[in-house]
Ligand binder design. Structure first.
Ligand SMILES: [Zn+2]
Length: 128
């Protein structure tokens, strides 16, 4: 009986260790995946930023042909429109985006920022 308990204990411990290991590998693979912010105006890509590689906050100002602007603030793994002179500032009010699939649109200036998640396929390819 006592021996059996010990075996059950060891089996449980092994399961917990495997589960923790799998979780940390999963987390590492998420961490390794790129978060690419794509900034487009009138359908054309004007800038792409790998948000994973941003180490300090940076600002970019994009001016339209007729003198309007969008100021974009980039942080590690997040991006937002900090300021703009569009009429309703919907893009500024959209706040910060940080996950693949999220989007900020400035309709008056035809500016779109979206985040493309790209899985790091280095794990399978063995390029480490
Ligand atoms: Zn706007």
């Amino acid at each position: 009986m006592k021996k059996g308990d010990k075996i059950v204990g060891i089996v449980l411990l092994v399961i917990v260790v495997i589960a923790l290991g799998a979780t940390s590998i999963y987390k590492a693979s998420i961490k390794g995946s790129a978060n690419i912010a794509v900034i487009k105006r009138e359908g054309k890509v004007i800038k792409t930023i790998d948000l994973n590689k941003v180490v300090k906050p940076e600002e970019f100002t994009f001016k339209t042909a007729n003198g309007h602007f969008n100021t974009i603030l980039v942080n590690h793994n997040s991006i937002s429109i900090k300021d703009a002179d569009c009429p309703h500032k919907e893009c500024v009010k959209s706040g910060v985006i940080s996950k693949p699939g999220e989007m900020i649109v400035c309709l008056p200036f035809k500016l779109i920022i979206n985040i493309n998640g790209q899985k790091n396929n280095g794990i399978d390819a063995g390029t480490f």
